[in-house]
Design a protein around this ligand. Structure first.
Ligand code: 2AM
Ligand code: CA
Length: 272
């Protein structure tokens, strides 16, 4: 498999898609809702996903595509080469703020991450890793992640998970939120993952993410030695929705052991 060739194409397409998104800022968006009134999708999310699907199918007809907007293939396993794409991660930010969103792309072989790309379109910052070859931001090599104490950590955590919610007892994360140096919430899992990779954040926790929110960023975080699991400490399968715990090495084990009951916390009984 010529991974350099796949990587070069992926990078060109991500840049081209970013240009399309930037030029959409002067046009009127067609905004619709999906599962609930806050679950937004625009014509741009759909057009960008279709752009990637067309490019991948023309160039690599044997590869498969898993995309948020559902124009790709249907999956029971991640056998073969699979492109996992979120055309716009952080759609609510895209609609309301025209910033704090990213294109997220992961290329996996038999379930193993090979290429990760997160493109912060507004800042023209491309985060990129090929497994085993280091991680880069706009071509500049990123340093490996080192441990940090909980007291000195900034964690990304949405307020949803410390209010009563359907997924966990909201008391679970309160001690962690209290003891860290600070909490943040950016509203784009892809950016939160690369912020952990670059050390702007030390950890990121979410109770509800889909494979396309995480697949690209996970390759970048892991390439720099960071840890990516669900909140039980298990490997992600990139086929189903799951929880997420991403952190610097060491800090990941500490959070899991001291704040997440070694992964043995209970789900709320009425969670989906
Ligand atoms: P999205 O913008 O691509 O939908 C912050 O809310 C993060 O969670 C974003 O990365 C967002 O991705 C994702 N997200 C929001 N609602 C979700 C849902 N119902 N299932 C999975 N991921 C979701
Ligand atoms: Ca999306």
């Amino acid at each position: 498999m010529n991974w350099d060739n796949i990587d070069t194409h992926a990078k060109n397409w991500v840049k081209e898609a970013g240009e399309k998104i930037r030029s959409s800022f002067d046009k009127t968006l067609d905004i619709r809702t999906k599962s609930n009134p806050n679950d937004l999708v625009t014509n741009i999310d759909q057009e960008i996903e279709q752009f990637f699907i067309k490019k991948v199918r023309e160039t690599f007809p044997e590869h498969k595509i898993l995309g948020e907007e559902g124009f790709g293939d249907k999956f029971e396993s991640l056998d073969g080469i699979v492109w996992i794409i979120d055309p716009i991660d952080g759609t609510m930010n895209f609609v309301h703020q025209q910033r704090n969103f990213a294109i997220s792309l992961g290329v996996y072989e038999n379930g193993v991450g090979k290429i990760g790309m997160i493109y912060d379109v507004v800042h023209d910052e491309l985060y990129h890793a090929m497994s085993g070859q280091g991680a880069y931001m706009n071509g500049e090599k990123l340093p490996v992640s080192e441990d940090r104490t909980v007291k000195e950590a900034i964690i990304a955590l949405n307020a949803t998970w410390v209010m009563e919610n359907r997924r966990i007892d909201h008391n679970l994360l309160i001690p962690l939120a209290r003891e860290v140096r600070g909490t943040r919430s950016y509203g784009s899992a892809a950016l939160e993952l690369v912020f952990v990779a670059t050390g702007r954040l030390d950890a990121y926790i979410s109770l509800r993410l889909a494979p396309w929110d995480v697949a690209g960023g996970a390759v970048i975080v892991e390439e720099l030695g960071g840890k990516v699991t669900n909140m039980r400490g298990e490997k992600l399968d990139f086929l189903t929705q799951d929880t997420l715990l991403v952190a610097r090495p060491g800090l990941h084990e500490t959070i899991l052991r001291d704040y997440l009951m070694n992964g043995q916390w209970e789900k709320n009984s009425d969670s989906e």
